[in-house]
Ligand binder design. Sequence first.
Ligand SMILES: *Cc1c(COP(=O)(O)O)cnc(C)c1O
Length: 418
Amino acid sequence: MHYFRYRKNELYAEDIPIRELVSEYDTPLYVYSYNTLTRHFKAYQDAFNGIPHIICYAMKANSNKAILRIMANLGGGADIVSGGELYRALKAGVKPRRIVFAGVGKREDEIEYALQKGILMFNVESEQELLKINEVAARMSRKAAVALRINPDIDPETHPYISTGLKKHKFGIPIEDALQHYRLASSLENIDVVGVHKHIGSQITQVRPFVEALERVLVLIDSLKKEGIEIKYLDIGGGLGIQYNDESPPHPRQLAKGLIPLLKGRDLTIIMEPGRSIAGNAGILITKVLYIKQGHERDFVIVDAGMNDLMRPTLYNAYHHIVPVKKGRRSKIFADIVGPICESGDFLARGREIPAVKQGEYLAVMSAGAYGFSMSSNYNSRPRVAEVLVKGAEHYLIRRRETYRDLTRGEEIPEFLK
Ligand SMILES: *Cc1c(COP(=O)(O)O)cnc(C)c1O
């Protein structure tokens, strides 16, 4: 559920007509709804109210400082995957003790930075990484709190690019090898084993894979207990899907209903890492129709947002609803909605039946709040777009549009070329 609605045929973000935002901030423009973000966060909070838990928002979905601050103000933490994300999270006011650090390739300087700031735990993805964290912690005379990321070999039945919990994936430690890795971890001087982590993929639209993965991990936790290794934190990852098209993903309440019975009576704090299900439907991308080109097989609607602004369609062949900001009765056309980038892969939609849009009008690409701006780039030397947060009848610029000057920032022409 979100707060982007039509009123009298005009699209609104909460109580503000998109038209007003466009005239103030221009296009392309990301627009986020404060009340949608909070509603989504609270849905998790309420659903898991009965058991000790921390919601560590997966900030790679959308890492704008203002959005992180919203999560922090609601009591949330952050799931980070780089030193840069740690920096952002701290800047935004996320408490270090609510930060968990995942990722298969943590560099030494990133490990050091995280230890220095005192994050809650590292989600460790390999034996070598474990040894490296131990080594860095020893050098700093610290103890590093770790969870091992376990790959439970569960098929989440989602897009292959966003599925992570199968044997063939680079993520985590195969569940068969987990015990051995935990034995090693608990023998290391500067490692404090505190948790188990799993994350099986993204855009998962059923509860069953979550339940199956949890069952497997709980068996592991019981075996660890027999060996004298006590687990405090069970990090169940993120991955709950959202509605892009005609999916009907479970509500966090349904997820909780599936998981809580398995967790009751255990002395565990549950960590969750939702990203997409918090931010996805809380954001839209507004774009302007530049030209309409009539082709022989289909029409091309050429808009001012490209794959550098929203990569999901070309990267995952992802579907996004695309709707006119001003609705009205009109005929349909069969079209590709494409950007200005010099790549055939630069499309927002392909082979879509849409209302016959006109040159100069505005379109909204829906469900673009997660993995939208955060994946954007400057490809084709396009300044990254502005981001705006709407709360009721107020709107706030939370990232200014980049300028041409921003494009060459940091570049140098070597002396011998001058
Ligand atoms: C990407 C990621 C998430 C978030 O996934 P969503 O599908 O956006 O909820 C959570 N945990 C880890 C480790 C991730 O890599």
